[in-house]
Design a protein around this ligand. Structure first.
Ligand SMILES: [Fe+2]
Ligand SMILES: [Fe+2]
Length: 247
C-alpha cells in the first residue's frame, strides 16, 4: 500500500498568514504515516526568489516531497532555487516514490493564468507512459475538466483533448492529480480518476452555496481551513480521502 498526501496552492507570498497555513499543514503531515507528499503548483504567489527560499525551507519532510509549477510560479526562479538549474523550458519531471511513478507536467504558459501542455511536454509524457513498468500518476497544475466554478474554469487547461489522447494511448496511467481550482473535487478524465486538491492558501466558493455574485475579489474564501487528499494505492486500486486541517 502506498499513501500519497496531495496538497496544492501554498502561494507563499511573504506573509505570516501563508507561512502559518503551510506550517500547520506540514506539521499535520509529518505526524502521518505516509509515503510521499505531492504539491500540485502555485507554490509561490508572485514567483519571487525569496518565495522559493520559503518553499525550499518549509515543504520538507523525511519522505519525498514532489512539486510542480503553477501559473503563479516562475520557471526561472523555480529552477534556480528548487532545481539548481537554469532555463525557461517547461519543468517536466519523472519521479519514483513508494513504488509508483509520478509524471509531473508543467502546464503553465509564462505570463498567463490559463494552462497549456506544450508539444514538448506532450511528447515527453507519451514517452514516459510508453516506457513505464510501474503505475504512473500524472500531475499537473491546471484542471483539464470543468470544475463548475465559472471563474476558475475560464483559466483551466486549454488543450485537454491533447492530454486525453496521450493518456488513452497507454495503459500505464492510473489517475490524474491537479490543483489550481483551490477546491477539493473529483471527476473523470480520459477514463481515469481526476482529483483536484483543496487549496492550502484559500478555498474557492461554489456558485450555488451563496447568493453573492462571485467575482475574482470574492471567490476565494480565505477563512476556510487548509485541506489534503490522501490517495491510497493498493493492489492497483485507488481510493482518495479528503481531510480538513483544523489544528
Ligand atoms: Fe492557486
Ligand atoms: Fe493556479
Amino acid at each position: 500500500m502506498t499513501i500519497i498526501a496531495h496538497i496544492s496552492d501554498t502561494h507563499f507570498d511573504g506573509t505570516a498568514r501563508a507561512l502559518d497555513r503551510v506550517r500547520r499543514t506540514m506539521a499535520y503531515l509529518r505526524g502521518c504515516d505516509i509515503d510521499v507528499i505531492l504539491v500540485t503548483g502555485d507554490l509561490a504567489d508572485h514567483g519571487d526568489v525569496k518565495e522559493y527560499d520559503q518553499v525550499k525551507a518549509e515543504l520538507v519532510a523525511d519522505i519525498p516531497v514532489l512539486m510542480l509549477p503553477g501559473n503563479h510560479d516562475d520557471r526561472a526562479a523555480y529552477r534556480k532555487i528548487l532545481l539548481d538549474s537554469d532555463g525557461s523550458e517547461p519543468v517536466n519531471q519523472l519521479k519514483s516514490a513508494g513504488g509508483l511513478l509520478f509524471a509531473l507536467c508543467d502546464s503553465t504558459i509564462p505570463g498567463e493564468d490559463e494552462g497549456l501542455l506544450a508539444p514538448e511536454t506532450l511528447t515527453w509524457l507519451r514517452t514516459v507512459l510508453a516506457d513505464a513498468e510501474e503505475p504512473v500518476f500524472v500531475g499537473l497544475h491546471h484542471h483539464p475538466i470543468r470544475l463548475n466554478n465559472p471563474l476558475l474554469d475560464s483559466i483551466r487547461l486549454r488543450n485537454p483533448e491533447d492530454l486525453a489522447a496521450v493518456l488513452r494511448a497507454s495503459s500505464a496511467a492510473r489517475a490524474v492529480f491537479c490543483g489550481h481550482a483551490h477546491a477539493a473535487a473529483a471527476g473523470t478524465f480520459a477514463g481515469l480518476p481526476l482529483i483536484a486538491a483543496p487549496g492550502i492558501f484559500s478555498t474557492t466558493r461554489l456558485p450555488w452555496t451563496t447568493t453573492d455574485q462571485l467575482g475574482w475579489v470574492n471567490t476565494f474564501d480565505r477563512e476556510d481551513v487548509p485541506g489534503v487528499v490522501f490517495h491510497v494505492v493498493e493492489d492497483g486500486e485507488l481510493t482518495s480521502h479528503f481531510r480538513s486541517i483544523t489544528g
